[in-house]
Design a protein around this ligand. Sequence first.
Ligand code: FAD
Length: 492
Amino acid sequence: MDKNYIDNMLAEMDKDLSSKGFSRRDAMKLAGISGASLMMGASEVSAATEETAPTSTSNAKGKILIVGGGLAGLSTAARLTLNLADPDITIIEPQPLSATYQPGQTLVGAGIWDESDVLYNRDDYVPDGVKLIEDKVIDFDPNGNKVTTAKGQVVTYDYLIMATGLQLDFERIKGLESAGRAYSAGDNSKLLKVLGDGGICSIYTHEGAAKTWEQMQKYIAQAKSGKKTKFLFTHPSTPIKCGGAPKKIMYLTNSRLKEAGARENAELIFYPNGGAMFGVPEYHDAILEQFKREDFKWHYRHNLIEIEPENKIAVFDSKWQEKGEWDPMMREFEVIAKHEKLRVPYDFIHITPPQIAPREVRESDLGSAGGWVPVNKETLQHVKFNNIFAIGDIAQVPMGKTGGSIRKQYKVLVNNLIAQMEGKPLTTKYAGYTVCPLITSIGTVMLAEFDWTVTPTPSFPLDPTVERWVHWLMKVYALKPMTMYGMLSGRA
Ligand SMILES: Cc1cc2nc3c(=O)[nH]c(=O)nc-3n(C[C@H](O)[C@H](O)[C@H](O)COP(=O)(O)OP(=O)(O)OC[C@H]3O[C@@H](n4cnc5c(N)ncnc54)[C@H](O)[C@@H]3O)c2cc1C
């Protein structure tokens, strides 16, 4: 990125801001990020933790058990230690690298960061005084207030926080069954072996993200050599974490192809299961324009169900509707749902896997029919058990599967859990905020923020559908420190 480009972008941003009576520093503060840190360089970004630390502590007592020590579990533990005078907290987490920074996996997948830039040790983020059990819960007994771990330990609690995240269900895709189910962190060598070296990849695990960059370079080189090369990107039929990630890796592949002078030999095609680019109409419209501008192709209502690695064929369940008979009672035509298998050749395919609640949660009395832990979406308290709360990817909360949502949820959960411990009403409410920094190229991001109103809810007084370099800076330099030093210390 040359200096002129940066100066122009800054000038454009300052013009926009000053028309609203804001300085650049004010705008960054509004977004909860230190303006100085963002504009003065990465070394100072730890100042991003300046946001509100809790001001009062409670004397409430009780044995708190957190199952899952990823972003949600560890942040919540940290905030509880700040809010309780005498905390008694235990975390159960099997993975030593559970504090890994998943949003950075997209950047690893495109060779902008290294895998080591996202790897963090869980034990460095377990707050002082919090007990850790390195194990996995295999049985939940919410009526007896206890859980059993894989090693046979029975752990009792007064209050339980479910923060198990979700599982990546590669085994649902025919041809990849032996990959099994994976977590973003941990040993995924079995999955990588099944994906192989023939252009099948996924940024949804950190090892897979590194492998994605390897594979991407191979097929960019193929396009550069003059061979027409087909790049496919999928989005499954289940809820997923970070709804923007399937598209972000496509935009970044596009940038890398352009950089290599290989774009004209490449076809980039997006196959989402749904019928729109984004749930918020304003962002959907903006993305469609970006797709047209970049000459991407897309086919709605296609769900990846099978891969034939040896033939390099992806098989999709393709769905559409047809007009049926006239119904004289309803005074309208019937709508007939149709579907068929569609076989599509690929050179490179990025798979966003189907995502589900871990089996042991789904099969327990804690999970809903769909597997996710059913909670009051505003208070995050379990709908059946008052002493149980859920947060993050496992919680059955609409549109809540992002780190950005967790940043709002963990403060709500801590306030409400303490209220419950003190016998008071639960008054703090989550409003459904989530954020998707949609990377649209190396150097630009459209910061899609929204909540349950399904309308844009920008933190900046700027048009949120415009792709901006300043949001790229925020994504690449500020969000990781805000997460790793801010959220994981319970303060941001
Ligand atoms: C490629 C990618 C890009 C993303 N991009 C963004 C982004 O740009 N912005 C954004 O805000 N978010 C993004 N996210 C989403 C964000 O990272 C996740 O929503 C967030 O990390 C979820 O946190 P969590 O604590 O709920 O789950 P996790 O961090 O996955 O942690 C869950 C933990 O629970 C443990 N666990 C599971 N089962 C059990 C059990 N039975 N017993 C004990 N422990 C258990 C697991 O080992 C795991 O460590 C992205 C995610 C990915 C994969």
